[in-house]
Every structure is written in structure tokens, then in C-alpha cells.
Design a protein around this ligand. Sequence first.
Ligand SMILES: [Zn+2]
Length: 263
Amino acid sequence: MDGQEVLMLILIFVIGDVLIYFVWKNVGNKRVVTPIIPEEGSIREVLLDRVRFFKNLKPAQQDVFLKRVVYFLHTTKISAEKGSVITDEHRVLVAASATIPLFHFETWSYEYLDEVLIYPGTFNEKYNTQEANRNILGMVGDGVMHRKMILSLPALLSGFSKNSDSNTAIHEFVHLIDKADGEVDGVPEYLIPKELIQPWMEEMEQTISEIRRNKSDIRDYEATNNGEFLAVVSEYFFQKPKMLKADHPELYELLDEIYCAKK
Ligand SMILES: [Zn+2]
């Protein structure tokens, strides 16, 4: 063997090891959970009572929605943390928030989420629910919180209160969808058709600069960055579609295409 062949062999071994590492890392990540699944009748009751998006669906679509809620509950652990107490209704509302943005994508599910932690209230960056200056309502985890989402219980509930135009849980699930391509950048590459990426980026830029110049009625927080922009306008899109359509028709049209809502 000459020097070149030895080098090739070493390279093959190194690449092989890297491949084995990644395959091993990505197989079997989805933990088996012991789910708490309410009966279908009571799930439907909660959905009809609390979830406007569900009420507006046709009966056949409602059946599909319900099945997806059940699937989510089967595959995702929902845990009460830091002293919070959760009920079946709360579990159904988490699953409904997950189902709403992906409803028109039949083959999609949250394969990169294992657990949703429910905190009793707002929290800070150290996941503390007691200290002063806690202002976080929900987050998609990173690092030790990888594959987890945290939601504040009051924020979850207020998203489904009558006439609420914001919805923390939907917001966080949109971040998770955005993150699926590796980056929370306001461009959910798995959902958005390629030809729509450019118009969508332009619309984001234009609306964000309007917000910064105080010319828009949309919440200021949305102008923080593109990821927040997508999450906040998606809340409006699912909570108050008619209002968004009247106030921002172009933005509405693009979201309608991104979420395939015309189907
Ligand atoms: Zn956010």
C-alpha cells in the first residue's frame, strides 16, 4: 500500500464512523409514551366548546381533525411541571394547537417533538416560574430542552378564550414547523412552495419595516425577527382570518397558500 491508499483507507473509516454515528443518533429517538387519551366523545366536546377553528370545519373535516388530535396525544407526552395541574381539556387544547397549522398537510406530524411541559405561569430564561421579571409564555426547547416545548397554562387557555387574537400554543407550534428545516427564519421550507419563497420574504421585509415605522396595527413583537414574524402573523391567520384578510390582503393570501388553507 502506498501513502495515498493508506490515506484513502483512513478516510473511508472516518466517513463510515461519522455515518454510523448519525444513523444511530437518528433512529429510535421517538420515545414510547404512556399517553393519557381522553375518550373521543369528550375530545369532540372540548373542541366544539373551545376551538373556533374546529367549529368552522365541515363535519367530515372535523372527523379528520379529531383523528389527528388523537394521534398527537398518542405520540406526545404532555406533562404538568412546576406544580401545575392539568386536565383532559388542557391536553386536548395542546393537541388542537398542534393540529391547526398542519391541518391541511395530511402526511405531516411533529416527529421532532417528544414532550410538551405545562408550567403554571410565565417563566424566565432559566425556566424559573417564581423569580421576578418572568415574561416568557412559551418556548420551543434547545439544548437540554431539545425535542421539548414549554407552555404556560394561563397562556394556553387564553389563546382559546373568546375573541382572543393571539394564541401562544399555535405560535410555538409554528416555530417548531419553521425549525424543521434547521432554522427558525420565518421560511418554513417544508411547507412553502419554492416559487413562493421570494414573494414571502419580500412581504415579510415590507411589513416588518411598516411595523418599525409604526404604520401597522400588528403587534410590535412580530418585528423582532423573521421567525417571530411568521409565528405572530400565523396566530392572526388562524385566530382572526377575516380581520387579517381585510387589513392585510396580500399577507393573508400568502399565508393561505403557505398553509394550503384553500384546499
Ligand atoms: Zn416566538
